[in-house]
Design a protein around this ligand. Structure first.
Ligand SMILES: Nc1nc2c(c(=O)[nH]1)N[C@H]1C(S)=C(S)[C@@H](COP(=O)(O)OP(=O)(O)OC[C@H]3O[C@@H](n4cnc5c(=O)[nH]c(N)nc54)[C@H](O)[C@@H]3O)O[C@H]1N2
Ligand SMILES: Nc1nc2c(c(=O)[nH]1)N[C@H]1C(S)=C(S)[C@@H](COP(=O)(O)OP(=O)(O)OC[C@H]3O[C@@H](n4cnc5c(=O)[nH]c(N)nc54)[C@H](O)[C@@H]3O)O[C@H]1N2
Ligand SMILES: [Mo]
Length: 679
């Protein structure tokens, strides 16, 4: 028997800066292997462990294969099989009833289960726009840092990742690259081989920190203080590029004055690191060219996260680092992609209506809120896709209570019966990236990638787009835009700005962008300069200059909860995705809390013991690991487990709060005080 083998080019859909180009080997209609595309320079033929397990995830025995209707109480996880026809008819009828009263009582809840522009917000956005449903403020990940960047550099813009390989000094700031940005780490490694110095700035001694020359192990939420003290040293030692500052920045006099209040001694006190280490870091930053910062989202998940990103984003302009293609900073490259959002999402379908906005971070509180003039109608229906809010949203006790409301109508489009799906009235099986078309941007490099389906849908799974098309039809929404198929949507995403034939051929297409975007200013801010002082922030009544804002739950402010907890990702999971993949769960084993030996000894906690981690919001159980990875006073609760796969039915988000960041209305996952005791 001859075997029919084909290689299909695709794109990794996951929420990661690397946005890899994939090649799937298909044998007789079955995907047998997923590899990195060797032709794509950023992927370089290399995938992370978790995505190399994509076939295992796709053919998982617990993959959802047909629509399900709830038969037990909410949360019991009891469902019966139903047909697509029946499910869509029932859902359309229920949503139509609610929409007839007030469409804003319907709320979409989606994030980045897939980063695809088509299976994300295309037909779905059209559907909710046409209905006039509530808007969702998609803030759960990057909004604090993203808006901070907009207020400083003018957009989610920065260095090209490939030029980090030529840098002489790289600050890896608030990021565990080996875990969450592996293909950047390859560039940093090359720089290191060429003699560059690498410095990691992180409260946790991560695998990345271990491999850098220096590790600044500061307290969570103190990054702005550190950045301001670096500025202090640049000023007093005159390590500034006066010409660059003069020509291409705004607000230097005011920032200078603020920075002069942040001596290294003062910052050392706040950050909990030696003043000498801050001085050395500032000297290196001021005397090395080209020098670059790879900041990531770790430092913005606290009250002052926006200000921290603003302070850090000012540093390259002060030394003229932007003059070199291997100098400057990169937080996110996503603002450089010319996505035609209006074509995909059709905001014109709102026809002048301005629905209220629900912040996805406060879904716990908002589901429990009664109708009021300020809030609008009570939330009566939720349509969840590409997200697992019960696991990933803060203060899960409230999120669970909200989803458990018997009067709430919940539809979940999923690959698996997640914690969230357990609370659905209907679960609809969704296709994976191997089964549908999509087109992508990246927040870590600057190539567009295209995903072709490699196999037929597994079971009765359907693409998200198809579900929203059919719901629209059954609800009598006859606009022709609901007829666009997925390939047409892929073409529409970038229009003529990207060569679609090249994408079809190669699977990826680099954007034509300058090598050193701000060598001569030209920032996309209102002033065209790097805005140390932001007029726009000042007009909102906020501080126009970056400053250090202490955490809501700063260490030492609560006698009952003396430990600060951060909850960065476990290496082999992607937020709550992949937690149910056996081969990956075997590597991570169980939810872990890293705790320093001194904190463990004070509580009688032995390494490997099961502990209860708690605060006023709730508790969860996990295994303690006495470890040098944890700073004294800070515990690391590695995330994000499915609640039902944890040790006692909850996860780390049982403890996190629904407070919001200073800028961007983002979550404060890493601004959280707890206590730990043997269970
Ligand atoms: N393997 C894996 N990769 C991922 C993800 C995943 O879950 N698993 N998630 C993806 C997603 S959604 C995102 S947004 C990106 C995130 O990418 P990164 O932002 O690079 O994410 P993390 O690896 O979470 O790195 C955050 C680091 O910040 C540190 N940190 C915590 N608090 C502070 C602080 O106050 N200051 C400083 N300086 N550091 C702090 C943490 O200890 C952690 O090491 O990664 C993506 N990649
Ligand atoms: N404590 C704590 N909490 C965190 C974080 C943290 O560091 N600490 N990180 C935060 C961050 S950075 C982020 S980005 C959020 C992430 O939050 P989410 O975006 O909700 O990410 P996931 O947990 O990966 O859940 C995505 C779900 O989408 C599903 N999915 C994937 N592809 C498709 C598809 O094509 N169609 C459909 N219908 N479903 C699909 C997957 O099966 C998965 O269950 O979590 C946040 N939560
Ligand atoms: Mo994220």
């Amino acid at each position: 028997m001859s075997k029919r083998i084909t290689l299909v080019k695709g794109a990794c859909p996951h929420d990661c800066p690397d946005a890899c180009a994939l090649v799937t080997t298909v044998q007789d209609g079955v995907a047998v292997k997923v590899q990195g595309n060797p032709e794509h320079r950023h992927t370089g033929g290399v995938l992370c462990t978790k995505v190399s397990r994509y076939p295992e995830r796709t053919y998982h025995p617990e993959r959802l294969l047909h629509p399900l209707r709830r038969v037990g109480p909410k949360g019991s996880g009891k469902f019966e099989r139903t047909s697509w026809d029946q499910a869509l008819m029932d859902i359309a009828a229920r949503l139509s009833q609610i929409a007839a009263r007030d469409p804003q009582a319907i709320v979409p809840y989606s994030y980045a289960g897939t980063m695809g522009l088509v299976q994300g917000e295309s037909i779905a956005a059209r559907f909710f726009n046409r209905l006039g449903a509530s808007f969702l403020d998609r803030t759960i990940c990057s909004n604090a840092g993203g808006e901070a960047l907009v207020h400083t550099l003018g957009g989610k813009v920065g260095m090209k990742v490939e030029y980090f390989a030529e840098s002489r000094l790289i600050l890896i700031w608030g990021s565990n690259s080996i875990t969450s940005n592996l293909h950047f780490w390859r560039q940093a490694q090359e720089a290191k081989r060429n003699g560059a110095r690498l410095v990691c700035i992180d409260p946790r001694r991560t695998e990345t920190a271990e491999k850098c020359h220096d590790h600044v192990q500061l307290r969570p939420g103190t990054d702005a203080a550190l950045a301001l003290a670096i500025m202090h040293e640049l000023v007093v030692n005159d390590l500034l590029d006066h010409d660059y500052i003069e020509r291409y920045t705004l607000g230097w006099e005011a920032l200078r004055e603020r920075a002069l209040r942040w001596t290294p001694e003062r910052a050392a006190e706040v950050c909990g690191v030696p003043a000498a280490q801050i001085r050395a870091l500032a000297r290196d930053w001021g005397t090395t060219q080209p020098a670059a910062i790879r900041l990531n989202y770790g430092m913005q998940r606290v009250r002052g996260g926006g200000n921290a990103v603003r302070a850090i984003a000012c540093l390259p302009a002060l030394t003229g680092a932007w003059r070199h293609r291997a100098g400057g900073a990169l937080l996110s490259s996503s603002g450089q992609f010319p996505v035609d959002k209006a074509a995909l999402q059709r905001p014109d379908l709102l026809a002048g209506r301005q629905p209220r906005t629900i912040n996805m971070v406060t879904i716990g509180d908002d589901l429990l809120r009664p109708a009021s003039p300020a809030f609008g109608p009570r939330i009566e229906a939720l349509v969840v896709y590409n997200s697992n809010p019960l696991a990933v949203a803060p203060e899960s006790g409230k999120v669970v209570a909200g989803f458990a409301r018997e009067d709430l109508f919940t539809v979940v489009l999923e690959h698996f019966q997640t914690d969230t799906a357990d609370y659905a009235d209907y679960i609809l099986p969704a296709t994976t990236q191997l089964e549908h078309w999509d087109i992508h941007f990246s927040y870590g490099h600057t190539d567009v990638t295209l995903n072709r389906p490699a196999i037929a849908p597994v079971g009765e799974a359907r693409p998200n787009t198809q579900v929203f098309r059919e719901l629209a039809r059954r609800m009598g929404l006859t606009d022709p835009c609901f007829d666009d198929d997925d390939l047409a949507l892929c073409r529409m995403a970038y229009g003529a700005r990207v060569d679609f034939d090249e994408l079809l051929q190669e699977g990826f297409a680099p954007l034509p962008l300058p090598e050193a975007p701000f060598a001569q200013g030209g920032f996309p801010t209102p002033s065209g300069k790097c805005e140390f002082f932001s007029e726009r922030l000042a007009r909102q009544g906020l501080d126009g200059l970056p400053d250090h804002l202490p955490n809501y739950e700063a260490a030492g402010t609560s006698p009952r909860y003396p430990l600060a907890m951060i909850s960065p990702p476990a290496r082999n999971f992607l937020n709550s995705s992949f937690v149910n993949v056996d081969s990956l769960q075997e590597i991570e084993r169980e939810p872990l809390l890293e705790i320093h030996a001194s904190d463990a000894a004070a509580r009688g906690i032995a390494s490997g013991a099961v502990v209860r981690v708690f605060n006023d919001r709730g508790q969860y159980h996990c295994k303690a690991q006495v470890s040098e990875r944890a700073r004294p006073g800070v515990v690391n609760g590695l995330g994000v487990w499915w609640r039902k796969l944890g040790l006692a039915g909850t996860n780390v988000n049982e403890l996190t709060s629904q407070q919001l960041t200073d800028i961007g209305r983002g979550p404060v996952f890493y601004d959280c005080l707890v206590e730990v005791e043997p269970a």
